[in-house]
Write a protein that binds this ligand. Structure first.
Ligand code: SF4
Length: 135
């Protein structure tokens, strides 16, 4: 499975919302799978991944909102830098989740994610707080 950097935080906040029905179903299945099989190895990327596979913004294997300042690709890289994970690295989902628990903070997440269309819902930040044991 391949997952891009920023999607690790999106998954924490997922509550059944998304771009369309196909996207939501796919994301829901991926999250369930990863939660049930936390030893599964993930290749961490900064381009389209298994979640993007069903996204209407994915045009010919490239995300329409990937390449501009503040884009999702910059978010991928900023988040991976905080987590100390290189693009292309392969590690278990459990390790990645532990890294988020240890290294990601609410402040850093706000800085990186504040202009995302989903961030203002507050779900992602609540997901992080829950992971860190604060909720
Ligand atoms: S908007 Fe882009 S990064 Fe987000 S799921 Fe769709 S294709 Fe992937």
């Amino acid at each position: 499975m391949e997952i891009r950097g920023h999607h690790f935080l999106c998954m924490l906040g997922f509550r059944g919302l998304g771009y369309d029905e196909k996207f939501v179903k796919n994301m829901d299945e991926i999250i369930r799978k990863l939660n049930n099989e936390q030893d599964m190895l993930i290749k961490v990327v900064d381009n389209v991944d298994n979640i993007c596979a069903m996204c209407p913004n994915n045009v010919d294997g490239e995300c329409k909102i990937e390449n501009y300042p503040g884009s999702v690709r910059e978010k991928d890289r900023a988040i991976l830098e905080v987590l100390g994970i290189e693009v292309g690295e392969i590690l278990s989902y459990k390790k990645i989740i532990n890294r988020i628990r240890e290294k990601m903070t609410e402040e850093k997440m706000r800085d990186i994610c504040r202009d995302c269309e989903w961030f203002s819902l507050g779900y992602c930040l609540e997901g992080l707080k829950k992971l860190k044991g604060g909720v």
